[in-house]
Design a protein around this ligand. Sequence first.
Ligand SMILES: C[S@@+](CC[C@H](N)C(=O)[O-])C[C@H]1O[C@@H](n2cnc3c(N)ncnc32)[C@H](O)[C@@H]1O
Length: 375
Amino acid sequence: MTTMAAQLRQALAESVKSPDWHDALQAVPRADFLGDAVYRHDPDRGWVPTHRTEMSPEEWLTLAYTDETWVTQIDGVMAEDAIEPVTILRPTSSSTQPSLVVRMLEAAGIREDQTVLEIGTGTGYSTALMSHRLGEDAVTSIEYDPVIATRAKRAINGAGYAPTLIEGDGLDGYEGGAPYDRLIATCAVRTIPLPWLRQVKEEGTITAPMLGWLGGVAFAHLRVSMDGTASGRFLADDVYFMPARAHAAPPRPTLWMGVGEVSRSELDPAILKDDTALFVAQLAIPQAHHGWAEDTLTLHDVSSGSQADISPSPGGGWVVHQHGPHRLWDMVEEVIFTWMGAGKPHQSGFGLSVTAEGQRVWLGDPDGPSWRLPT
Ligand SMILES: C[S@@+](CC[C@H](N)C(=O)[O-])C[C@H]1O[C@@H](n2cnc3c(N)ncnc32)[C@H](O)[C@@H]1O
């Protein structure tokens, strides 16, 4: 079995194709970080708990070294404790797909002579990869959930590494090891927490997936300046991570369809099925959720209660209902037309500047059109 695990680790390391992280991938036993169960997604049944005891040891090892994300906790319930599939709830912890972990570590430009603060220890697998390559003294990792933090510590120490592991809210960072050369988040934030700016060295970087309430994503890679601000263009890689606790969207308010002022639109709402368009729309209505009821797009702004629905009109074009203090679809149209006028660039055509006074997403360059992120 040891031989099989070593062969699978080797195959995983080779498939990821990262010369810098190859040795770490080959050394860290991912199987020891998964615990005794994971949730597997089934299109008909939802998230199905899959226990190690239901499989042969060979099948379990094969699962562990497959280059996939394995969800370990949903809405606070560990896979080991789950007895039935769950449908509507969302993953709250996982072992991220190893190739995605490595893409993130490469995007952050992490090298041997640096110190790193990681937000979201999860199973501890990425923490162990970094400890292997940089040395355990260079790595600090924070996990919010006490059960997950305890299990991660056991797995990381069991694999022979002793980085600094903190149980707490990663949005506060960790002053103890500051300043760091690199800060990476393996959970997605809605805005950049200001303590991170103070804890990263001048010319150091913050690499964090971002996810807003509308569902728009961007991958931030910011350089911290001498004056304690941070700025940078979003990266071209599209990554999706679960939201950091406290930055997740609140529950949706009650939906009233067909209520309010009626108007017409020539913009097909299906444009928001495009990831970049959704990110762009979110710039205008950052407090809103979106949903689809067949061909009808619905928008609800959690903070003001404003709502909109946009549906195909039998005569062509779309019928819009808008209700509440903000005209949500008008705001989306305006930002989408600005984006179209600029040639529909990907998120990497935008950037983010963060100061203690506020956070601004800009189009093109820092002097281009810009939108404030909610604080
Ligand atoms: C995708 S998982 C991390 C995967 C991990 N890097 C690995 O390789 O297993 C994201 C983790 O971030 C944690 N998390 C979410 N919000 C957090 C916060 N505010 N502070 C610290 N950890 C947080 C979650 O509990 C979850 O364990």
